[in-house]
Design a protein around this ligand. Structure first.
Ligand code: SF4
Ligand code: SF4
Length: 174
């Protein structure tokens, strides 16, 4: 898995510099396949090992839902990153994750970042590749997306076909 991740990261770097023409067209097809094969409730790595970014609107909505003031909510759960000014979780796993069933206790009002994660089909894939390179470490859905993307870009897989990929000697064998 470690070797595969490194190979996939190198592939992402390549397409970041030189994106194939069909990249943005095939991404939604790939995303649909990924979600047919991924069960987030058996994973929850994003809630356990990463933090979402809370926008001001998220903070207003979630604190109101919990019957707290914005300040009390921020004081209790969040810190502000100096470099970006973003509001992030202090706790990891997230305080709103139910560790027994991997469900989110504030699902209806969860941060927009959580609702969109792992942001597989951003309009311009190339602008988001740096994020996928980070997320591939923890997110099986991102891993699957990159695997499928690699095969499709190389013309070795078409929509709906099973994925078969062998990594040997730190290289991909198709
Ligand atoms: S890390 Fe990825 S696969 Fe796992 S729960 Fe989050 S979005 Fe789903
Ligand atoms: S708010 Fe909910 S979806 Fe977002 S990280 Fe926390 S538990 Fe996960």
């Amino acid at each position: 898995m470690r070797i595969q991740k490194n190979v996939f990261k190198r592939f992402l770097s390549k397409i970041e510099k030189n994106p194939p023409k069909k990249l943005d067209a095939i991404t939604p097809l790939i995303e649909a396949e990924v979600w047919q094969e991924t069960e987030c409730l058996t994973c929850a790595n994003c809630c356990k090992r990463m933090t979402p970014t809370f926008t001001p609107k998220d903070i207003t909505r979630i604190s109101a839902h919990l019957g707290m003031t914005r300040k009390a909510f921020k004081d209790k759960w969040l810190y502000q990153e100096k470099k970006t000014g973003d509001w992030m979780n202090v706790n990891n796993p997230c305080q709103f994750l139910n560790l027994e069933d991997n469900k989110c206790n504030i699902y209806e009002v969860r941060p927009v970042d959580c609702a969109g994660f792992p942001h597989l089909s951003k309009k311009k894939m190339v602008d988001y590749i740096h994020v996928h390179k980070q997320n591939i470490e923890y997110c099986p859905a991102t891993f699957k997306m990159v695997e499928k993307m690699l095969l499709m870009v190389k013309g070795k897989k078409h929509y709906g076909e099973p994925t078969t990929l062998v990594v040997q000697d730190n290289e991909i064998r198709l």
